[in-house]
Design a protein around this ligand. Structure first.
Ligand SMILES: C[S@@+](CC[C@H](N)C(=O)[O-])C[C@H]1O[C@@H](n2cnc3c(N)ncnc32)[C@H](O)[C@@H]1O
Length: 236
């Protein structure tokens, strides 16, 4: 992490995210990512997330045979399994041991799961090795911009082809939702989503020395009622 202050904001937010996904919201998250019926807003969020997962997968080659892929913040593992189905050897990492256990259990009867190494830990850990591709679906949306950029900068030297991640675009709806979120008691709240004005994000990414070897690639926004997220590809 380049500066001490940034390391502190990263560590603090990471610990809030871990508590939220591993305990507060683990059951909700398990249901949302299952086939079990959900109603109203959650059904729309599920549809939006399905569309985003399909978008991210469309930014990867159809044939991933022999490629190593990092699923950074894998949650319950849906994207990791799809990448493995295309032939990738996947390291799927998440801060939440509860979600990683669930991901393993869900994958257990899928023959492609032999190509997925599920781990609980920090996506930035260098011990996971080098990769051809890195995908982070909605796992960086809770971090401040300097921490998003610093995190990608930490992973970048170990990625040979592309890094594909999502961010929350700085739309008025998201900014309002963030403000409303602040009215709820702390204990019920998810860590705030940090909307990122696109131009500022692009500029900071391109200024980072480890990301300079990548160029800004394809981008696509998914806007499904309450689910708003944008994919961005950085490719060498
Ligand atoms: C919104 S969920 C998305 C999960 C999954 N990518 C999906 O789309 O289903 C964000 C996930 O990122 C994980 N996460 C956030 N920061 C992380 C970090 N530094 N290292 C590993 N996982 C992280 C959280 O624990 C959480 O499970």
């Amino acid at each position: 992490m380049p500066g001490t202050l940034q390391a502190q904001t990263y560590q603090l937010r990471r610990s809030e995210i871990e508590t939220y996904f591993d305990r507060t919201a683990a059951a909700t998250w398990a249901r949302l990512t299952s086939d079990a019926p959900v109603s109203g807003i959650r059904a729309k969020v599920r549809a939006g997330r399905d569309a985003m997962r399909a978008t991210l997968l469309s930014l990867l080659p159809d044939d991933l045979t022999g490629a190593r892929l990092l699923d950074a913040g894998c949650g319950t593992g849906a994207l990791a399994l799809e990448a493995a189905r295309r032939g990738a050897d996947v390291v799927a990492v998440d801060l939440s041991p509860t979600l990683v256990d669930l991901a393993r259990a869900r994958a257990a009867h899928d023959p492609v799961s032999v190509r997925v190494d599920f781990r609980s830990g920090d996506m930035l850990d260098e011990a996971y090795g080098t990769f051809d591709f890195m995908v982070a679906m909605d796992s960086l949306i809770h971090y401040q911009r300097h921490d998003v950029v610093a995190s990608l900068g930490r992973i970048a030297p170990r990625v040979r082809q592309s890094m594909i991640f999502t961010f929350a675009p700085g739309t008025p709806l998201l900014i309002t939702a963030r403000m409303i979120g602040r009215w709820f008691p702390r204990s019920d709240r998810s860590p705030a989503i940090e909307p990122q004005p696109e131009r500022k994000l692009h500029a900071e990414l391109m200024r980072h020395p480890e990301i300079a070897g990548f160029s800004l690639g394809r981008t696509q926004r998914i806007s499904h009622s309450f689910y708003i997220s944008q994919a961005l590809e950085l490719s060498r």
